[in-house]
Design a protein around this ligand. Structure first.
Ligand SMILES: [Zn+2]
Length: 311
């Protein structure tokens, strides 16, 4: 099957021509300053035409368009239900009509983290497993679940896809979702600078030389032996591990796939999560495997074919 796929994140839109487990061509549009989805969609159409020309085939050879969207979506009605500070106009747009009129193709839409899990299930680290949780550690924390080989969606299409919004600290920080002490509010890219700013002794730490502390800087300084960096890294690991226990108890997975840029430090993160799960999760049947995602930024695009094949 050939398909058109779009991974529509907060700062970029990656468009790809996909054939089964292969991305034939792709191009990324910078959407950091784009306020509305309506302004981005014409660019998406232009990119698809350009990619098809480059590969020498017609868009009509594709079966459909699959969009992964960073928000809550109704995959049955093909609508965006709720956004989180980006593309506020998305809930008003009839994306199926847009696709029919501009590309002549039917469209499916899914939450972007669910699309990434489908990709890892189809062509990556979760191949061969039917009970899967995926955690993506980035600006936010994505946490999605698959049970019996099917994405968990739920009555309001939010089941299993708010894994980063499991509270791990009842008196913690206010989260963007409205809750308190979510894993994402305690140890994600957007909340890390807030944690660092309030940490005792940070002004004497190597971290104080950075205008913005991300996970890269945190893990590097921890490796170099900075005491504050080591303590904050430990806290982040514990937040992610507590979130993982919550996800294991909620969804009974055989495997947790972990993705995101910080997984460049997988040799620190994976053994920590495994050890924590061994100690603190209730799994009398055995041990949950923890693996690094294999597909990186391509995961959501490679989720297109399984999404379109899913009835
Ligand atoms: Zn939250």
């Amino acid at each position: 099957m050939k398909a058109l796929a779009v991974d529509l994140g907060g700062t970029h839109a990656t468009c790809g021509l996909v054939e089964n487990q292969t991305i034939l061509a792709h191009e990324t549009i910078d959407t950091d300053r784009a306020k509305s989805l309506g302004a981005v969609l014409p660019e998406v159409v232009d990119v698809f035409h350009r990619l098809a020309d480059r590969k020498g085939f017609s868009l009509t050879e594709c079966s459909a368009v699959a969009i992964g969207f960073a928000g809550l979506v109704d995959s049955c009605a093909v609508r965006v239900l709720s956004t989180n500070g980006k593309y506020e106009d998305a809930t008003e747009i009839d994306l199926a009509a847009w696709s029919r009129q501009t590309l002549g193709l039917p469209l499916r839409i899914e939450n972007d983290a669910r699309m990434a899990l489908l990709g890892e299930f189809y062509a990556g680290a979760a191949r061969g497993f039917t009970e899967v949780v995926m955690m993506t550690l980035g600006t936010g924390i994505g946490g999605v679940a698959m049970m019996d080989g099917k994405l968990l969606r739920g009555k309001h299409f939010q089941a299993g896809c708010l894994g980063g919004h499991i509270p791990v600290l009842f008196n913690g920080r206010k989260c963007t979702c409205g809750a308190i002490g979510c894993a994402e509010a305690e140890a994600a890219g957007w909340s890390l600078p807030l944690v660092v700013k309030d940490w005792p002794g940070v002004s004497q730490s190597a971290l104080s030389k950075y205008p913005h502390v991300g996970f890269k800087e945190l893990f590097e300084e921890a490796e170099r032996g900075d005491g504050v960096a080591i303590a904050i890294r430990e806290r982040c690991l514990n937040v992610w591990a507590a979130d993982a226990v919550g996800l294991v108890h909620a969804y009974d997975p055989e495997i947790i796939v972990m993705g995101g840029g910080v997984m460049q430090s997988a040799r620190v993160i994976i053994p920590y999560i495994e050890s924590y799960l061994r100690q603190y999760s209730w799994t009398p049947w055995g041990e949950v495997r923890v693996r690094v995602a294999e597909l990186g930024n391509n995961a959501a695009l490679l989720g297109a074919v399984p999404l379109l094949s899913d009835s």
